[in-house]
Every structure is written in C-alpha cells, then in structure tokens.
Design a binder for this molecule. Sequence first.
Ligand code: ADP
Ligand code: SF4
Length: 697
Amino acid sequence: MSDPNPGPFAALFEPVKIGPLTTRNRFYQVPHCTGMGYRYPRSEARFRGIKAEGGWGVVSTQETEIHPSSDLTPANEARLWSEADIPALRLVTEAVHEHGSLAAIQLAHNGMHTANRYSRRVPLAPSAAPVGGDDPVQARAMDKADIAEFRRWHVAAAKRAMDAGFDIIYAYAGHEMTLLHQFLLLRHNQRTDEYGGSLTNRLRLFREVIADTREVVGDRCALAVRLAVDELLGANGMQHDAEARDVIEALAEEPDLWDVNLSDWSNDSQTSRFAPEGFQDDYTRFVKSVTSKPVVGVGRYTSPDTMLKLVRQGHLDLIGAARPSIADPFLPEKIRTGEVEAIRECIGCNICVMGDNTETPIRCTQNPATGEEWRRGWHPEKIAPLKTPEPVLIVGGGPAGLEAARALSQRGADVMLAEADTAWGGRVTREAALPGLAAWGRVRDTRLWLLQQRPNAELYLQSPLTAEDLLDYGMPHIALATGSRWRRDGRGRANRLPLPFLDPTRVLTPDDLMHTGAAAVTADGPVVIFDDDRFYMASVLAELLANAGHEVIFVTPAPVVSPWSDKTLEQARIQRRLIEKKVQIIPLSNLADMGPDSLTLSCVYGGPTREIPCATLVMVTARAPQDALWHDLQTRKQDWADAGIKTITRIGDCLAPSLIAMAVQSGHAYAQYIEHDTPPEPLREDNATDAALRLQL
Ligand code: ADP
Ligand code: SF4
C-alpha cells in the first residue's frame, strides 16, 4: 500500500522496503516517550493510532522494558516483562494497523541507567559502577551467565512483541540508556574478557543480540537497529567520524533498518533555543554511504522542502520525527493533500518531554489534543460541530484567545476576536522576540492562518474592550483571554508577600524588557536579575542584556539557574550559556534589602548575608492575571441578561498564569465544553490492570 501524491512532494510518498515489509511512505515516527506507557494503555494506543491516521507510515512505541531487571519506575514507559503485558501493546498495534501503517517496538534493557526502584533487582552493567541519576545504588558487572540470560530475555521479548502484532523490532543502543549502548562505550565497559577492550569485543554483545533477534523475527518482521552516532563529548565519547562509523561499517548489512541519532537525550531532543531544524544532519549524513539498508534520522523536521532535500540528496530514506509528529500527527496527510500552511509546526519547546520527566501523560504547546485523545476524546483535527451555534466574542488574541477562536470557528460558531494591541499573539509575540525563542511565534502563525481562512471569524486588532463595550455588544458568550503581566512587587515563591524595600524607580519587569528591549535599562552599572520563576524567562533576559553589553548578575533562591528547565532537557545548556556570556550566577540567595546602588542578599539556608552592586533590578518572580475586565463585569452581573449575555468565562493566563501550553489547552477546552454547564469531569480512567484488558490474554 502506498499513499498517492501527484504534487511536488511525491517523493516523500514513495513506499520504502524495510526487510520483508514495505512502509507506505517515508514518514517515520521514531520511538518517543509519552508518559502514558504501561499504566495508561488505552491512552497510549489512541495516541499512536492517531499518528497512523495522520499518515505516518511507521509508528513506534517508546522504549519497552524487556525484563524486571530493567525497571524504570516511576517513569511510565512501555513494558514487556511477561505475557501479561502483551494485551496492552496489542491495543497499540491494532490502532496503528487500522490505518495501514507499520508498528515498531523499541525493546530496551536499561542496564546501569536505572536503579530498579520497583523490582529491587540489582542493576546490571558491563562493569561495576554507580547507576545513572542520583540513586545511591551501584550496578554489578555482568558475568557470562548474565550475558547469556540477557540475550534470552531479549529473544523472549522479541517473541512477545511479535505476539502483540509488531512489524518492526528494535535492538536499541542509544541515549546511554541501554545495556547494548553501555557495552559499546569505553567509559562504561572496562571488561577484560571478549566483551570488553577492543571495539570488536565491545561490539560483540550487540552483534549477538542482532543475530538472536534476526533468528526470532525470520522473514515475518523487520529488524531495526537504533544507534547513537555521536555523544557530543568529543574524544571522551563515541563520535560519528570515529568509532560510530566503525560500528556501522561492521554491522552495515545486518539489520533491515538503521535508525541513527545523537546521544544523550538532551542532545537528541535539543530545543529550538539551542539548535535549528536539521541539527543532526552533519552527524548522520555519512550513514547511507556505509550501508545499503534504509536509514531514518531526526532533526525536528517540519518543513516539507527540507524533507524532500534530505531524500533527494540521499541523506535519509525515511524522515524520522518524534516532536513534529506530536505537534501535528497529520503532518504527512497535510503535505499529501497540499495543505502545507495548515501544518502545526513543532516550536521546539520540549514541553512534551516534560510529560516523561514528570511521569505524567504527555502534553504539547502546539497540539492541545496531545495526551487527551482517549481520556477526553479529543482529536487533533476533528471537533464536533456545535448543536446550536451561538456567537462568541473573545477578548484577547494571545495563545488562549487564538486557540479558542480557531476551535470555535471550526465548530461552526460565529466568532469575533478582539485584541487591544497592534499585533496578534500576546505573550507569544513578545517572547518570540527574545534570544532563541523565534520559533515560538508558530503558536500564533498556525492559528492566525487558519482563522483567516474562515468566513465565520472576524478579527480586530487595536480594539481594547471595556465592560461597557461588552454589555453594548450583547454577544451570548464572552471569553476573557486577557492574559497576565509580570509582577513588580517581588511576590513569588520565595517571597509570598510584597518586598517593602524595593525601589520602584530601579525595578524592571520582563514586560518592560519585552516592550522596549535592552534599552529599558537606562542606569549605568550592573543589572541584577532576580529569578524566582525558575523556568526560562530570567535566563533569556540575562542573554538579552548580556548581548547588549550590560554587566549581568543572576540571583536565584534555587541551587541552579532555571531548575525547572531540566524537565525540558535544557538546564545544563542554559547554565553553560550564561557562563559563556559572562553572567555572574549567585544561587541559593534571596533579596534582603535594597540600597541606593546595592542589594543585600540572604542565604536561603541562613548563612551570612552579602552585598552586591545593583543599578537596575529585574524582578522575574510571578505574573498577575489581567482580570480587571472580569471584575468590572462581575459588578454588572445584573445587566448581563438584558444585554443578551449568557456566559462570561476567563481562559488562559487571565484565569491563572501558566505555560503557553496551558493557555492553548485552556482555549481549546473552552471551545470543547462551551455547551456544557460544567466540563465533563472526571476524566475517563485508564488503567492497565483492569480486568477487561487482562481478560484478553
Ligand atoms: P494567554 O497566554 O492567556 O493567551 P496573553 O497575555 O498571551 O494571554 O494574551 C492576552 C492578550 O489579550 C494580549 O495580547 C493583550 O493585549 C490582550 N488584551 C488584554 N486586555 C484586553 C482588552 N481589554 N481588550 C482586548 N484585548 C486585550
Ligand atoms: Fe514541539 Fe513543543 Fe509540542 Fe514538543 S511540546 S512537540 S517541542 S511544540
């Protein structure tokens, strides 16, 4: 089966042979985590099935633990410890096959990457060493019997995967997360037997597992190998132009497919702040010259022109994607049907990654249906028409307002969207102008383009609305998406009350800097950024000011810069960048007093105070909802009925400031539930252990 496409991107819709199977096009959803895993199997299955529906020729699972000695608890990955895990994964293959796509499974033994917190098995490793992360646990060196047993586990898991209906079975040596990778890496493998030392020896286990798996899959399934071709550690790690090349040369024709990428995960899933589309190309380009087997690679590809170039230039056979397939599960279909402008391009923010890192179902800034496909029944493209469409007025054209307007106009409501500013996008437009965040503007662009196609959507810029205006217009439904503003008074996490000593003439907020740029700083002397927000904002402002030549001092009560950004895999990169920009970092400190040209800092653990110079203080603490309009309207509630107003609802940051992803989700939920008096909660419960699922055994 193939997807016909007569258009300019026809080459992307050619079928590709993968071993004994053929995928219908070149769109390949590589393995990626969802935070749904084995605990929420129906959610997982629906999530993957929708990608197949959207045209991804191959849809893969996330890493799948093959044995209790590879136990990532509390992370919620896929699991194939025993026969009992087959039914949950069968839901996935059925959902993928329903749309004519191939289902791939990434088998994984996590070796010394995990502490086995649930199974309490002693972790296994090539050589005895502490496990990854902070657990005070060491892995033991595997002896020959352990190695033989591991090979049997992999074989057994491959058989179970076939029983579950998978078409492509992976042997996975990547991300420093699996035994197969750890055996390859000199720093983890210090063995002196035939599995250690020379590359030939370090490669032995990988070669054996590939051969074992080949024997199991026969000519029924394809065998894929995932290999990290560079660790970005220079000579201290595996490099694409050194040992990684030797590995691929040595195994060139053994698998049916090479899936190649960077390690570790933070290098593989770099955000748009740190890496452009195609950032892996220079590392993976060589692979096709070494093997005749099809090659899939990733690089946050969202542009069909880029994809076409990769195929035409013989760089890749299959366009791999994790994040672009999350942001838009229908990306292939939109290219096929010539709706390229309608693609919801991934913005490279890694809010999706946060799901896995917080052991909760995945979410996405661009695609509010992500993670809600099963439990709320949301679909990234389809939404039920309203039973009795009534006009809706939305105040505020930021992410919440734009998404609410987009989804409601799709449902058939006449929508009027009013924005006070001269530009659409609200905070997204302001933030996209900060260093490294330009791609975030896509949140606005996709929605605006779709709204502009709709005859039932009227869009008004430079239209600041008052309560009086809203009562005059008399629209039955009003959504207030008026956003938020950064606080100036110091309230945040470390300081729950305003700080009385702040000199307002020397305090700036992120809004001041986003409005005027670095020129908002007028005083000579050091600029101190106080970060109690703890995500990205303070760090991008530090970059902005350092780029403009200011001396910047970064003060935070947290132990590191931007601690929450470890959830988006950015923390180390952010801290490194600030160090490169010569920003002075003072962690574990709160504000205690402000003098005419100085600040007094207190130690969060009660140590001595210290004084630092400060001409300007930028407070990055918390945001206040811009909800004055809401309060005005509350005092006029008695006038609503006469004005024809039925509902007034706050959405997005106006209700509670949060991530952009939450504002988009809030706008979408408003559109979904506008005909409900209260949202239909609780969410549908998804539970791996429920009887119905087990009975399918
Ligand atoms: P969110 O993230 O919730 O979408 P934003 O702060 O990004 O919030 O966007 C809110 C938008 O609402 C801003 O662009 C702001 O200019 C606009 N806005 C605020 N008050 C009004 C108003 N009274 N009338 C029209 N637009 C408004
Ligand atoms: Fe892309 Fe951000 Fe969505 Fe992840 S959350 S898929 S990085 S837009």
